[in-house]
Structure formats: C-alpha cells, structure tokens
Design a protein around this ligand. Structure first.
Ligand code: NAD
Ligand code: TYD
Length: 344
C-alpha cells in the first residue's frame, strides 16, 4: 500500500505514521506537510531513516506540487489530516482555516479525480455536530451544526468530500473522532497546556466554570480506528469514533495536578487553577459525546485505553520530553498565548 498522509508532522498524523510503519510492514508513506506552527519534524525523528517513509514539505493548497506528487507516486490511498486544528485560533482569525481546511481539501479532491486512489480518508471531528445538552449522543446521521469557525471549516470540508463522492465518484470515507490526547500534542490544547503551565509555574486557565464536557480518546485508539476505516471501511460512509470517556474540564485539570504532584513532588498545583472569562463565549460547545455503534458493529473497533493510566502515560511522555516542549515554546506561541489569555 502506497499511502499519502497529509499533515503527518502534527499530533495525530505523526502518531498515525508511527502506527502504520509498526503495524503494516508492506506500507510506504509519503508525508506532505506545510510545517505550520503545529507541524514539527521532531515528532517523526525516530522514523526519518526508515526507507518506507519520506517527507515532502508543502501546502495541500499548492495544486502544482500536489499534482506532481501524485504523478510521481501512484498513491493507493490518502489519509488527510492536514488542517488548522485549534478552535481558539479560529476565533482570532478564520482565514487560514478556510484556506487549508476547505480550499486545501478541494485541491486534494481535484487531484484525486485526475489520479484516482482506492480510498480517500477525510479526518474530521465530532465538533461538526455542534453541542449537546446534558444527555444524548451524536450518530453519523445527526445533522451538522457547527459552532466555531474551526468546526464550520471542517463541516464544509466534509460536505465537499461527500459532494465529490456523489458527483465524481471520488472514494471518500469520513472519520469523526472525539477529543484526542497523548504524546506530541501541541500545548495549545487543554491537556498539554495544563502540563506545560504546571511545569513552568504558570497559572492553569480554565474557561468559565470548567463544567464543559469532552469525550476523551487516546491517540493510539484513534490510530486503530483510522486504520480500520482505511482497511475495511465502506466508501461513501461516515464513521464516528468516540472515547466513551466523558469528563468535565475542571476534573481533567484536577487529575493532571494530582498526577503531576505525585510524579515530580511539586505541591499546591491546584491553587494555580484560575477560572477565566471564556474566550469562546457563546461559541463554546457545552458537551460532545459520540454514538460508536456503527464502527463497533461494522468494523469491530472500540476504544481500549483506560483513561487514568493513559493520561498518566501522556504526562510521563511530556516529563521525559521537556526538550520537545521547550522547542515549541516559540515567540509565535508566546504571542498567541498573550492574545488568548490576556486576563491572567
Ligand atoms: P495538528 O494541528 O497537531 O497538526 C496539523 C498538521 O497539519 C501540522 O503538521 C501542520 O503543519 C499541517 N498543516 C496545516 N496546514 C497545512 C497545509 N495547508 N498543508 C499541509 N500541511 C498543513 O492537528 P491534529 O490535532 O493532529 O489534528 C489532525 C486532524 O485531526 C485535523 O484534521 C483535525 O481537524 C482532526 N481532529 C483532531 C482532534 C484532536 O483532538 N486533536 C480531534 C478530532 C479530529
Ligand atoms: P481544546 O483542547 O482546545 O479542544 P476542543 O476545543 O477542540 O474541544 O479544549 C478542550 C476543552 O477545554 C474546551 O471545553 C475548552 C477548555 N479549555 C480550557 O478550559 N482552558 C484552556 O486553556 C484550553 C486550551 C481549553
């Protein structure tokens, strides 16, 4: 299987590349990544010498480049991770989200029309469904109802994928997972941001009262879900993959404090929690939860990771990779942080 992976230098993409190289010896991978602030070749240091893997720096929106890659490689499948992925950044400026997530996806779909593949897996998110109240779950037939510019750009990309499937027969499959956590996640997202701030004696900023609920999925489980969809999924279908692990944000932050206190002997981390005015305002979805029945029944996938031990493993990874954390603390990150967390 000759695979094109887009956005493979980011969090989930790099974990997926490592997963595929480990699980599928027959696979060859080309990783096309623009290396935005979120893309980092250190995420793939351990595989860069693997003869089955090659990296190409570039923008998915660059049609000439994408076409030349497809012309040279004859890919059998595409797994499309490349995206602007952070809700708070999309509220500051939606433009790059539309450029990459919508227009970039369109370029890939157009080139695939010209150089057909067997499967095009669009990596989407539960955020396209919008918010749930205190009960219920979203299934694959729930209407899309995005709240943030990020979620709207992903919903638009999904719809474009469906349109290219129906109109031109591009063999699209859509994977919608819940919130991921694990090694190599950029510290703008809740879990690594709290770890990074705790390690550097900063305050721990919780939006609103911390009562929002997310459904956490360990990245290794996500990789298995995407692999199952790639290998056995039916073209034209959408598959939800949720963690079955709903937690309030404040509970996540408190567990991180407790685990870190145990591991590094720091005291008083919970006193660093600050409830701040919610930078997402009305766009902040209250709760996400996915109905997994389709992927369980048709592909035999279910989440396996146990939350507390996987969170502990994640924290250990960040403790063992302080150099990685320091390397992503760029001027750009500090400016971004200043912008969103003005009030603390
Ligand atoms: P990430 O931000 O860590 O990585 C995104 C990667 O895409 C980076 O390597 C970046 O350099 C690359 N990229 C961005 N724009 C590009 C462009 N124009 N051309 C080429 N490469 C480009 O994101 P992530 O958390 O790994 O998410 C990967 C995918 O999974 C995204 O599509 C996201 O919407 C989806 N997703 C993420 C989560 C989550 O919890 N992180 C949950 C569900 C779905
Ligand atoms: P995030 O990791 O950004 O993922 P998403 O918005 O895609 O769900 O945020 C997870 C939850 O944590 C969300 O409800 C917002 C909240 N949050 C905070 O309370 N403080 C923070 O500093 C961050 C980044 C997020």
């Amino acid at each position: 299987m000759n695979l094109l992976i887009t956005g493979g230098a980011g969090f989930i993409g790099s974990n997926f590349i490592r997963f595929v190289l480990r699980q599928r010896p027959e696979c060859r991978i080309t990783n096309l990544d623009k290396l935005t602030y979120a893309g980092n070749l250190l995420n793939l240091k351990d595989v860069e010498g693997d003869p089955r893997y090659s990296f190409r720096k570039g923008d998915i929106g660059d049609r000439t480049l994408v076409r030349s890659l497809f012309k040279g490689e004859r890919f059998k499948a595409v797994v499309h991770f490349a995206a602007e992925s952070h809700v708070d950044r999309s509220i500051l400026d939606a433009a790059p989200f539309l450029e990459t997530n919508v227009m970039g996806t369109r370029v890939l779909l157009e080139v695939v029309r010209q150089y057909p593949v067997e499967k095009f897996v669009q990596i989407s998110t539960d955020e396209v469904y919008g918010s749930l109240g205190a009960s219920g779950t979203f299934s694959e037939v729930s209407p899309v109802n995005p709240s943030s510019p990020y979620a709207a750009s992903k919903a638009a990309a999904d719809m474009l994928c469906q349109a290219y499937y129906r109109t031109y027969g591009v063999p699209v499959l859509i994977a919608r997972s819940s919130n991921n956590y694990g090694p190599y996640q950029f510290p703008e997202k809740l879990i690594p941001l709290m770890i990074q701030n705790a390690l550097t004696d900063k305050e721990l900023p919780v939006y609103g009262e911390g009562n929002h609920v997310r459904d956490w999925l360990y990245v290794e489980d996500t990789c298995r879900a995407i692999d199952a969809i790639l290998q056995q999924g039916k073209v034209g279908e959408i598959y939800n993959a949720g963690g079955k692990c709903e937690r309030k944000n404040i509970d996540i932050v408190e567990i991180i404090c407790i685990l870190l206190e145990q591991k590094i002997g720091k005291r008083g981390l919970r006193a660093k929690i600050r409830f701040i005015e919610d930078p997402r305002g009305a766009a902040h979805d209250f709760r996400y939860a996915l109905d997994n029945r389709k992927i369980e029944q048709t592909l035999g996938w279910r989440p396996q990771a146990e939350f507390n031990s996987s969170l502990e493993r994640t924290i250990e990874w960040y403790l063992e990779n302080r150099a990685w954390l320091n390397s992503v603390m760029t001027q750009e990150y500090l400016e971004y942080y200043e912008n969103v967390y003005k009030s603390i």
